[in-house]
Design a protein around this ligand. Sequence first.
Ligand code: NAD
Length: 551
Amino acid sequence: MSGPRPVRAARGTELSALGWQQEAALRMLQNNLDPEVAEHPDKLVVYGGTGKAARDWRSFDAMVRTLRTLKQDETMLVQSGRPVGVMQTHEWAPRVLLANSNLVGDWANWEEFRRLEHLGLTMYGQMTAGSWIYIGTQGILQGTYETFAAVAAKKFNGTLAGTITLTAGLGGMGGAQPLAVTMNDGVAICVDVDPRAIERRIEHRYLDVRADNLAHALQLATEARDARRPLSIGLLGNAAELLPQMLAEGAPIDIVTDQTSAHDPLAYLPVGVAFEDMADAAAKDPAGFTTRARESMAKHVEAMVGFMDAGAEVFDYGNSIRGEAQLAGYERAFAFPGFVPAYIRPLFCEGKGPFRWAALSGEASDIHKTDKALLELFPENESLHRWIKMAGERVHFQGLPARICWLGQGERDKAGDMFNDMVGNGTLAAPLAIGRDHLDCGSVASPYRETEAMLDGSDAIADWPLLNAMVNVASGASWVSIHHGGGVGMGRSIHAGQVSVADGTELAGEKIRRVLTNDPGMGVIRHVDAGYDIAERVADEKGVRVPMREG
Ligand code: NAD
């Protein structure tokens, strides 16, 4: 078989590979393409514009076949979604090593990438698409929830009740926005050009209602705002048209951001192109489409700046829309900040980031048991308690049941160790895959996002993600990846990921303790090196060694 077909990971304890480490990689690859999880599974696209899990169906089949026969001392090498070799290594080595979408500096642009992609030589790996640890929209939900909580703390007395947030993009990641806003008791108007995206978010209970038109959306929003009632509203239309119109009409918006797929101009719909014609128009004339998309993004960003001038809290949500608008000649594109320097960096200094785990058993009860155990492990952590409780009540699982929660240095290793014990002593029905987003504290170089406005100006230094990947390989992760582009597009970021499988064995425990100490430890040392006080304090408290501070 080498064409599109529905893919679903096996559940339960029966192995089709030679061990749990390989079985986990296999199930997580398949889970990324589960129609419940992936945005466009027929095209192998998981999320984030064209973020893929495998280069083509033949490569997918070859990876499945290879993972099923891979031995405990072998490693499969994946080059941009295609398995290119199996090498003899050893049992502490990762079972899979992946490098996705990497291009040499001067060639690292969309034009060259598309040329190579067209020749079948590469694929876009996004962050967790090509590294097989995407868990659906929940994966971004807690980060989005915490970001809006930080906005509330900064500007609205700790709650979004009585405020209206305006955003666009209800895709795989952007779809978390409405629920994150209502979890903070606010009202959200979310614009998307794709009616399916709106329906899907309503179906998964991330979005409450769909408005008939702009006037209806504003009426629903102001009524809910005045009653201080949380509500999220989907609005069909093009953000580059609707935002300027809303600004001109003086719509009462308090917060503005955006999560359209602006990082990839071929995935952002320009004004004047019908949604149904988007794929054809982009394929026929990519250069012309890119120019039009960037012009529309300039209008979109200009309206965001207009809302900022009118007093709204405005931030870029990590999709490079400011960079694209600037390329179209809009001069004030960077008038508002990115979300990392505005709200997230102090968490990165503590080694905190989007830690996550998936239950390979397929049983929701495994996740509920880990939720409970985690709350007992960290009884003092109030925000963790609030999040886990809310997630338990409101998060719809997509594919294999999974959980995300931001944990930091000194926490992730404890959690991982406990999870491995829970597998070992039979509390859980099967092993867990423990990983994280690439969007983490010490695993990314991305001057428009994770490393925007670093204290020492080291935004574009890309040694850190490479060191991160190497230390995870050296520490015993089950699979490790290095990608380029991710959420901000070609030429703009390099980032690394790791997944470690808790199969209940002593060996897995040894590996997990090292990986889950060293991986967040990269975030601590990266921020110590850049001169952040919080990171220095955490390094002292948690015993993270930094040679330049010794002696
Ligand atoms: P996606 O491709 O699944 O969804 C994008 C959505 O934008 C689609 O539903 C599409 O219909 C809509 N869209 C495109 N052009 C539009 C327009 N002109 N007006 C209104 N809607 C339009 O992408 P995703 O996974 O949701 O990611 C969204 C963006 O956020 C990407 O650029 C991604 O790289 C970035 N991202 C940010 C973070 C973060 O932490 N903030 C994390 C991951 C990804």
